[in-house]
Design a protein around this ligand. Structure first.
Ligand code: SF4
Length: 337
């Protein structure tokens, strides 16, 4: 099913004279919102009946949770909680049109952002620790999550931007299935930390149009220190992102520069190159290709428990960000600006 989904979508793209590969990552004209002939991949899965099967497959993963690489094995349907502390009832912190994301996601009317509570990676420097660590938010029914998606679309948002979604993938996919008959037809953005279960990412094939993963660390010891023992982060994230790229390819926009489909990787520069940016950009160029879009982010500031660690207790300097960007350009990959 996955391959046929990809082929069908390829035919759509080929027929779409409006759609174009990004020559750079910085197309910023305002949208006229045409998108004639384009539709999100999940509609194909819905019509074929495959989406319902995915809903069931994801739901079964809650019984012995392996939705992320922590593989806690807890039965979340009975209320057991693993490292992320989430149950089988999705918890949402906020939802609204967001204008602070990449311009290709924001356009004129904003990115329809839904912030999910809790997280499985739990970084010591988390900027949203009240949501991700403390779990601030409201338990929400899947039908109401579907309603939120429809509301964001009706407000003109260009996409549904699912922030830290992975530990609630079953609810999200069920909500998408419920929202489609109600008219959902804008792309889904899977805005995740990169520490993803390959099994879960494969189940998202044909559901997600835009993958927006972080790549946080090139070194496992650094990942373990700052992200709750996730020593396998570099390998796990690389495998997950390669699968994402296989599914959706390089970033594609409409004629107004609004993202329709593809991969965009975020990389936060850490002080003293703790994120291993030079290694990361070389991996992107060799494993994913030089058409891959990357956002090299320089806004690191010490939050949450970062002050406990001298290495990350200061902001990244402009010079460090410039050096990281230069490494990316030297590697030949497409750098968002
Ligand atoms: S999603 Fe949560 S409960 Fe499931 S494996 Fe990951 S951390 Fe554990």
């Amino acid at each position: 099913m996955e391959d046929s989904t990809r082929r069908s979508f390829g035919v759509q793209l080929a027929a779409l004279s409006a759609a174009q590969m990004l020559p750079g990552c910085a197309q910023t004209r305002l949208p006229s919102r045409p998108r004639a002939g384009w539709e999100p991949a999940y509609l194909l899965l819905y019509r074929s009946g495959e989406l319902e099967r995915r809903v069931a497959a994801f739901s079964a993963m809650y019984r012995s949770c392996r939705l992320c690489p922590r593989r806690c094995g807890v039965d979340r349907k009975t209320g057991e909680r693993g490292i992320c502390r989430g149950t089988a009832r999705v918890r949402i912190a906020a939802s609204h049109p967001h204008f602070g994301e990449e311009r290709t996601l924001v356009g004129r009317y904003g990115s329809g952002t839904i912030f999910f509570s809790r997280c499985s990676l739990l970084c010591e420097f988390c900027q949203n620790w009240e949501i991700n660590h403390r779990g601030d938010g409201l338990d929400t029914r899947d039908e109401d999550l579907a309603g939120t998606m429809i509301d964001l679309q009706s407000r003109g948002c260009h996409n549904i931007n699912l922030v830290t979604p992975s530990h609630y993938a079953p609810n999200i996919v069920a909500a998408v299935a419920a929202a489609i008959p109600r008219g959902l037809r804008i792309p889904l953005v899977w805005n995740c930390g990169g520490y993803e279960s390959l099994e879960a990412v494969k189940l998202l094939d044909g559901i997600v149009d835009i993958y927006l993963p972080d790549f946080k660390y090139s070194d496992g010891r650094t990942a373990a220190k700052f992200s709750r023992g996730a020593v396998d982060y570099p390998e796990v994230a690389a495998a997950a992102i390669e699968e994402m790229h296989r599914q959706v390819g390089d970033l594609v926009t409409d004629e107004d520069g609004i993202a329709l489909r593809g991969l965009l990787i975020r990389h936060l520069v850490l002080p003293d190159n703790l994120a291993g940016t030079d290694r990361f950009v070389r991996w992107v160029a060799t494993s994913l290709g030089q058409n891959t879009c990357v956002n090299i982010m320089g806004q690191y500031r010490p939050e949450h428990r970062a002050h406990k660690y001298p290495e990350i207790s200061r902001r990244t300097t402009k010079k460090e960000h410039a050096q990281a960007t230069a490494w990316a350009r030297d590697a030949g990959i497409r750098v968002l600006n």
